[in-house]
Design a protein around this ligand. Structure first.
Ligand code: HEM
Length: 325
């Protein structure tokens, strides 16, 4: 994203939230050990992420290695030493009549992306060395590109993502919260798919669930009433227009252990937009008619983070390494 674009609304360099879609990714959720020393060490480690990234990325500049580091509500003030972003709060569980979006633990998210699995692996290794005993690993998920950016349900996933100037506008906090400007809310959820049940549907039934055709990815019309498709329930419109988010979902799993999943990751300028999407999916609109995608996708985790701007990470480097709490 060019910093010289005159129309740019956030004059603060973000992390690489808008990094290109890659063939490989690692989603690492960490918990900070509950001591003042661990908090200080975690602060130091967070401030060093950009340098560690640079060292590994330089080994193949063509592989688009990127890493976004994001911080959760519980440790924000201790790690960042700045006021909390105005909307930052823990993941709000959504309990529908049939399906639930649970909240699960996590203080720090590392979202590593590259076109080479070895670069993701090496960066993860070096970063975990830097975090050391200040953290424990809550979840490590390795995602991979599947064919033409398809999820394991067989649909092209990510088409409606914003592009160009709209990308910054829908993902980066701007003047509405100056302390958090250039940063982005991040929501992650791990979903598991019972692929046998999904395969028992006809292609037409699957397309009605998603709201797009399967082979050529053409958008179907929204239903005016009754059961809505996933893409319709995930579309948030109010009198200011449509509110987009950036998704970089990745398949993960292991055929040998019968595990087939989608790692959902959404970046947004406003947390409420993703929260509203989840309510529409899990509670339904109208209430009771939940997103049928959930009959074939079980949410097993749910955590909220905020990815501070690159400038905020730089500023952190100035105070990290100092006294504990
Ligand atoms: C099992 C998990 C999920 C799968 C497999 C999945 C898959 C898809 C697919 C195939 C599409 C249509 C193509 C596209 O525009 O990307 C789509 C659209 C979309 N999904 Fe999901 N999704 C999942 C979960 C979620 C969640 C949890 C959210 C938000 C909280 C979400 C938000 C969206 C949005 C905003 C769109 C675009 C709607 C539009 O404007 O057309 N998805 N998803």
């Amino acid at each position: 994203m060019s910093m010289s674009t005159p129309a740019r609304r956030v004059p603060i360099e973000p992390q690489s939230v808008d990094a290109p879609l890659t063939v490989s990714a690692v989603f690492l959720v960490l918990a900070v050990v509950d001591t003042p020393e661990a908090l200080a060490a975690a602060r130091d480690a967070v401030s060093r992420v950009p340098d560690v990234l640079k060292n590994v990325a330089f080994r193949d500049l063509g592989a688009s290695l990127s890493c976004t580091v994001a911080i959760g509500d519980a440790v924000w003030e201790g790690v960042m030493r700045t006021p909390k972003p105005s909307e930052l709060r823990p993941f709000q569980p959504v309990v529908g009549a049939v399906h639930t979006a649970p909240a699960t633990a996590g203080d720090i998210l590392l979202h590593i992306r590259a076109d080479r699995r070895d670069l993701c692996f090496e960066l993860e290794r070096q970063l975990l060395d830097v975090f050391g005993s200040a953290v424990t690993v809550v979840d490590e998920t390795v995602g991979f590109r599947s064919f033409d950016v398809r999820d394991l349900l067989g649909f092209v996933d990510g088409t409606a993502n914003p592009v160009g100037q709209a990308l910054a506008e829908s993902t980066l906090v701007a003047d509405e919260d100056p302390d958090a400007a250039g940063g982005s809310y991040v929501v992650v959820q791990k979903y598991l798919h019972p692929l046998g049940a999904w395969a028992a549907l006809t292609t037409e039934q699957q397309e009605a669930v998603m709201g797009r055709t399967k082979s050529d990815n053409i958008e179907l019309d929204d239903a005016d009433e009754g059961q809505k498709s996933h893409k319709t329930l995930a579309t948030i419109v109010d009198d200011q227009g449509e509110h987009d988010i950036l998704r970089d979902n990745m398949p993960f799993g292991s055929p040998a252990s019968g595990q087939f999943g989608t790692y959902f990751i959404g970046y947004a300028r406003h947390l409420w937009v993703i929260e509203r999407m989840l309510q529409r999916m899990f509670l339904g609109d109208p209430p009771g008619l939940h997103d049928r995608l959930l009959d074939f996708s079980t949410a097993t985790t749910g955590t909220v983070f905020f990815a501070p701007s690159a400038a905020a990470l730089d500023a952190l480097a100035g105070i990290a390494g100092g006294a504990g709490s």
